[in-house]
Write a protein that binds this ligand. Structure first.
Ligand code: P6P
Length: 340
């Protein structure tokens, strides 16, 4: 009887490493360590609801260690796993104001730069909403053995060699791309392995879901207001009105739209004149995945991956998802800016 052939993340990475221009197993080791950190974070996130019962976060545990907030915990786990890989020479993280360069001889030789939001949407944990880790991987530009700097960390998204996210939800999944297709792995906790569950994800060119925080409507640019009205109009030929779906957790909103089709928008608002989401470790990795799955990602006018970063935590307006939906939203934005 033909059983289900489990293909683990490690088997898949090794199988595909020949496709990766800098093979030699470097990226294999890096992604393997991402998987290890993801499993450790997953275990903690899944227990988060029990914090009050088992008295973890904020208390002192049996080893006498101060328990940290989950996003600080996740940050530390990914940093130590990446340092252990020996392939990463520096990290930029949402949790740390400055970039971190490893100065031990082992890691200084690393060829890769890692940017991450270690636990995005962590405020959703106490209401049991899915949250995620988002990561972006670049080759270093400066010579090996030297301390990485802005030339390494502030590369445009079109230089990414890999990007992905882990979504800690009803099941935990790791979704990543090295530029050739987008593949999803579901964590089988009974064997402690991420197993291939969504091979070569292609996002539908059209969708019927639009995701944005309509509570900010009064602050939206005119083009966004007009696009929302377009989504809400009755037009059976284009399956409108669309459905509004907004979880308030980027990875969860994006993941749903990636699989089912849809558009996610976080535009500029009065409170966030450049949008809320960060270019380097939220928008660029998500944009890389969106494009490699056949979708699009822009700031409303420019392709996200072509934006030259100027600072680690800079924000950009973000429109991403099904190609035709993003292009329709961009049409409304262009028309409104022409009228202005
Ligand atoms: P708002 C979560 O805090 C986050 O950074 C993203 O995950 C999410 O898409 C966005 O902010 C939600 O922001 O302003 O709608 O609550």
């Amino acid at each position: 009887m033909k059983g289900y052939r489990i293909k683990t993340l490690n088997e898949f990475i090794i199988e595909k490493q020949a496709e990766f221009p800098f093979a030699k197993g470097e990226l294999t080791r890096l992604l393997h360590h991402v998987g290890i950190a993801a499993k450790i974070v997953n275990k903690k996130v899944n227990k988060a609801g029990l914090v009050d019962i088992i008295g973890e976060a904020g208390a002192v545990n049996v080893q006498g260690e101060d328990q940290k907030k989950l996003d600080v915990f996740a940050d530390a786990q990914f940093i130590s796993a990446l340092q252990a890989s020996g392939e990463c020479c520096g990290i930029g993280s949402e949790e740390n104001e400055e970039t971190m360069a490893f100065d031990d001889d082992f890691s200084k030789e690393g060829n890769y730069i890692f940017l991450m939001d270690p636990l995005d949407g962590s405020s959703n944990i106490d209401v049991n909403v899915s949250i995620g880790t988002i990561f972006s991987i670049y080759r270093r530009v400066s010579p090996r053995g030297t301390v990485p700097g802005d030339v390494d960390f502030l590369q445009p998204g079109n230089k990414q060699v890999a990007a992905g996210y882990i979504i800690y939800g009803s099941s935990t999944m790791l979704v990543y791309t090295t530029g050739r297709g987008v593949n999803g792995f579901t964590l089988d906790t009974s064997i402690g392995e991420f197993c291939l569950s969504h091979e070569r994800i292609q996002t539908p060119e059209d969708g019927t879901l639009y995701s944005l925080n309509e509570g900010n409507y009064v602050h939206f640019p005119d083009g966004v207001k007009k696009y929302i009205k377009y989504c809400q109009q009755m037009d059976t030929a284009t399956n409108r009105p669309y459905s509004s779906r907004y979880i308030g957790s980027l990875v969860a909103d994006f993941h749903r739209n990636l699989l089912k089709g849809g558009i996610f928008i976080y535009p500029e608002t009065a409170k966030a004149p450049n949008g809320k989401l960060r270019l380097l470790y939220e928008c660029n990795p998500i944009a890389f995945l969106a494009e490699r799955a056949g979708g699009k990602a822009s700031d409303g006018f420019r392709r996200i991956l072509d934006i030259q970063p100027t600072s680690l935590h800079q924000r950009v307006p973000f429109y991403t998802g099904s190609k035709n939906m993003v292009e329709k939203a961009e049409e409304f934005l262009r028309a409104s800016s022409d009228e202005a």
